[in-house]
Ligand binder design. Structure first.
Ligand SMILES: *[C@@H]1O[C@H](CO)[C@@H](O)[C@H](O)[C@H]1NC(C)=O
Ligand SMILES: *[C@@H]1O[C@H](CO)[C@@H](O)[C@H](O)[C@H]1NC(C)=O
Ligand SMILES: *[C@@H]1O[C@H](CO)[C@@H](O)[C@H](O)[C@H]1NC(C)=O
Ligand SMILES: *[C@@H]1O[C@H](CO)[C@@H](O)[C@H](O)[C@H]1NC(C)=O
Ligand SMILES: *[C@@H]1O[C@H](CO)[C@@H](O)[C@H](O)[C@H]1NC(C)=O
Ligand SMILES: *[C@@H]1O[C@H](CO)[C@@H](O)[C@H](O)[C@H]1NC(C)=O
Ligand SMILES: *[C@@H]1O[C@H](CO)[C@@H](O)[C@H](O)[C@H]1NC(C)=O
Ligand SMILES: *[C@@H]1O[C@H](CO)[C@@H](O)[C@H](O)[C@H]1NC(C)=O
Ligand SMILES: *[C@@H]1O[C@H](CO)[C@@H](O)[C@H](O)[C@H]1NC(C)=O
Ligand SMILES: *[C@@H]1O[C@H](CO)[C@@H](O)[C@H](O)[C@H]1NC(C)=O
Ligand SMILES: *[C@@H]1O[C@H](CO)[C@@H](O)[C@H](O)[C@H]1NC(C)=O
Ligand SMILES: [Cu+2]
Length: 615
């Protein structure tokens, strides 16, 4: 620990004369917006503005955000996506992990330094609130980057899906007996930089550093620029050796910075094309526009034509594979992992009939006390994962150990996983990019990683903070546990978070106790939210090993009932009262859902075994 602080201190000294503190007072309130021109809706604004401010700082700067929750009817918090928060785990933002949610009328002060470079974003991390507009770019400028002299201008562009309905109003229908397959809500449109079909003026001959950020809740996008090559120089805050790409796939939460050199002629405007990944949507409403053209505008008087990609062979549409990128800093493969975490994603209906997402049979359920505060008060028991409760799915990591995570997907959906507090090395993945990457056939056997027979790991593996777990496949990553803190590892599709697709790493808990003390502000926030700030996951302050009363998910479906049985039961109920239910459940809000194939017909695990697991 001392080493880390000494290191940080020296670093700050080095930058000390230039470091600036950016202080913001943010009043988070509801405002009305209509970014796609199709419908007014309530969105979460800051100081009565939406889109939200783009944060721009230099490496070494301090950010102080005094956030007041002026929403009146909803708790909130902010996560600074991709910030490692070294020494400031309590500024990370996820509710019930590192803080209590900020109740209406109370305030929380985020205060941290930024000792990293590149393209990040910030978003709400309480329940499911970023689809309601609470998300924006966070840029860390670095005038010493290896490509700083290679560009003239910068441009930041976001891509996202967009719903006309508040996430909290979508939830009851998504997490419902009447949606037993867990079909995700279908967006109403796709936004490009919080708008649609816009022109972005450019100057001929200049080179732009374009930062692309996917701030979707669900749907991924392909991206390309007509007749222009992109040169990738950064992924998720990590510089990479320049690599040419014609097309990119950005999953939710991923970022790319690319250099694009403009043509010398101003005769024509060129399309920047965003195509939604329709493989994620089983039903495509006829009025949902999947393709959208925006323009690099060389000449406002010239035509602005819609563009589509013409490919002769479907395999050509596969985008650049991020696993092949080489980090510019040449950090070598982390060798000899001392901890291997093997987890498998499945989707299941639990005994309330709703669809849940599980990692090794555990669906994340928030504890009664934020896990970080449990660390603080658990004394020596902080190294015993029992105190964090069964359903936070906590794994305790030792100081500086090399951790390997083998994540397998026994689901037909794609899951972009994000780890807080770190980036990680991308070692191996199945399937490789190619014709079947997003086309998992439910009849195929799930792929499993064989640690004694796998393709050679890269010498200098690409590092990033979000990777895309393919349907039916697996992903292997490694990171070093050198950042004491409580760090969430979760799927970034907000609907899957709602279903519990998350787990917790408690990294070097005794070091956390040394560096962190709970502030009056943090206590006040918990009290305003009527939550305890002391105790184990069940709020027990006497016996940290007694989890009686902890929050629990619904149980597994009882013996004799299969998932298919429940689904059949549900559907026959629906049929029986079809008129009333279809009017009251689906009719009112006109929500649409995709079909998620996985929930159906999964009878593999016996209910008895599950009963045992349950208690
Ligand atoms: C680089 O950025 C720092 C702030 O981080 C600034 O003080 C310095 O003047 C800049 N240098 C150049 C060459 O622009
Ligand atoms: C926040 O904004 C709301 C609505 O505009 C206003 O009522 C409230 O007084 C503001 N609060 C603060 C602390 O600025
Ligand atoms: C932010 O944190 C620094 C370092 O702990 C501290 O010196 C400073 O007073 C804090 N600022 C605010 C506004 O809390
Ligand atoms: C951040 O920027 C510095 C200076 O440009 C560079 O040496 C370092 O490798 C960058 N960090 C990453 C993770 O790419
Ligand atoms: C994209 O939108 C943000 C506001 O959301 C704005 O600050 C930024 O300038 C826009 N980007 C471009 C290239 O116009
Ligand atoms: C954003 O992420 C979603 C979910 O992974 C993905 O479907 C979509 O294609 C991404 N958008 C872009 C522009 O790549
Ligand atoms: C544009 O003109 C410059 C200078 O004449 C030349 O170096 C460059 O290659 C040209 N760019 C393109 C894309 O043709
Ligand atoms: C371009 O596509 C948009 C939909 O994305 C459509 O509204 C518009 O009419 C199209 N323009 C032309 C010229 O086809
Ligand atoms: C959308 O884009 C894809 C890929 O370029 C193309 O195959 C398809 O025809 C486009 N659809 C429409 C309606 O333009
Ligand atoms: C190792 O994996 C390859 C590719 O999956 C397979 O063809 C081969 O039979 C495996 N070898 C052993 C010894 O299992
Ligand atoms: C999950 O539960 C099933 C059925 O009870 C069991 O077969 C399986 O081993 C469990 N998996 C893990 C990783 O605990
Ligand atoms: Cu997911």
């Amino acid at each position: 620990m001392r080493n880390l602080f000494a290191g940080l201190g020296a670093f700050q000294l080095l930058l000390g004369c230039h470091a600036v503190t950016h202080t913001f007072d943010w009043n988070v309130t509801w405002v009305t917006a209509n970014p796609d021109g199709l419908a007014d809706r309530k969105v979460i604004g800051i100081n009565d503005q939406w889109p939200l401010p783009v944060l721009e700082v230099n490496k070494g700067d301090r950010v102080v955000v005094n956030m007041f929750n002026g929403l009146g009817d909803k708790k909130t918090s902010i996560h600074w996506h991709g910030m490692y928060q070294e020494g400031t785990n309590d500024m990370d933002g996820p509710s019930m992990v590192t803080q209590c949610p900020v109740a209406p009328g109370s305030s929380y002060t985020y205060n941290f330094t930024v000792n990293q470079n590149g393209t990040y974003w910030y978003h709400c991390h309480t329940d499911y609130c970023y689809p309601d507009g609470y998300r924006a770019p966070f840029i860390v400028h670095d005038n010493s980057s290896y490509f700083y002299d290679d560009y003239d201008e910068e441009m930041t562009l976001t891509m996202s899906d967009w719903y006309h309905t508040l996430a909290e109003d979508i939830k009851p229908e998504f997490m419902s007996l009447y949606n037993p397959t867990g079909a995700e809500p279908i967006p109403d449109s796709f936004l490009f930089n919080n708008s649609i079909s816009q022109s972005y003026p450019v100057q001929a001959g200049k080179t732009y550093l374009i930062r692309l950020i996917n701030i979707s809740a669900f749907v991924g996008q392909y991206f390309w620029i007509e007749d222009h090559t992109m040169r990738i120089v950064e992924i998720d805050g990590v510089y990479v050796d320049e690599a040419e790409a014609d097309r990119l796939y950005l999953s939710v939460a991923q970022r790319y910075a690319v250099l694009v050199t403009m043509k010398n002629s101003t005769e024509k405007n060129y399309g920047m094309v965003m195509v939604a990944d329709s493989s994620l949507l089983d039903t495509i409403p006829s009025d949902l526009l999947l393709n959208q053209t925006n323009w690099l505008e060389y000449n406002s008087g010239a035509a602005h034509n819609n563009v589509t990609l013409e490919v002769s062979d479907s395999s050509e549409i596969y985008p650049f594979d991020d696993i092949n990128l080489v980090p510019h800093d040449r950090v070598e493969l982390y060798k000899n992992p001392t901890k291997t975490v093997e987890v498998t994603v499945i989707m299941e209906n639990l005994d309330n009939g709703d669809g849940y997402a599980l990692l090794n049979n555990i669906t994340y359920t928030a504890p009664k006390v934020p896990t970080l505060y449990t660390v603080k008060y658990a004394g020596d028991l902080a190294t015993d994962s029992t105190v964090y409760g069964e359903y936070t799915h906590s794994i305790v990591l030792e100081q500086d150990e090399v951790v390997e995570v083998i994540l397998s997907n026994q689901d037909t959906g794609t899951h972009p996983f994000h780890l807080h507090g770190h980036n990680f090395q991308l070692l191996d993945r199945y399937p490789p990019y190619g014709a079947n990457f997003y086309d998992y056939d439910a009849g195929t056997e799930f792929a499993t990683f064989d640690s004694s027979n796998h393709t050679a790991f890269p010498t200098y593996p690409a590092r990033r903070d979000t990777f895309v777990l393919p349907p039916g496949g697996y992903y292997v990553i490694r990171f070093v546990a050198s950042n004491p803190g409580v760090w969430l590892f979760h799927c970034h599709i907000d609907w899957h978070m709602m279903q519990g697709l998350a787990m917790t790493f408690v990294e070097d808990p005794l070091a956390i106790q040394d560096q962190f003390s709970i502030s009056q502000n943090q206590i006040d926030v918990c009290e305003a939210a009527s939550m305890s700030w002391k105790g184990n996951a069940a709020g027990n302050t006497e016996d940290y090993l007694d989890l009686k009363g902890q929050n629990k998910p619904p149980g597994f479906i009882p013996a004799g009932f299969t998932t298919r049985g429940i689904v059949a039961l549900v559907f026959s109920c629906i049929c029986a009262v079809v008129g009333m239910i279809s009017i009251s459940i689906y009719g009112i809000s006109d929500l649409k859902f995709t079909m998620h194939e996985s929930g159906l017909g999964d009878e593999s695990a016996t209910a008895q075994e599950r009963e045992e697991y349950r208690d």
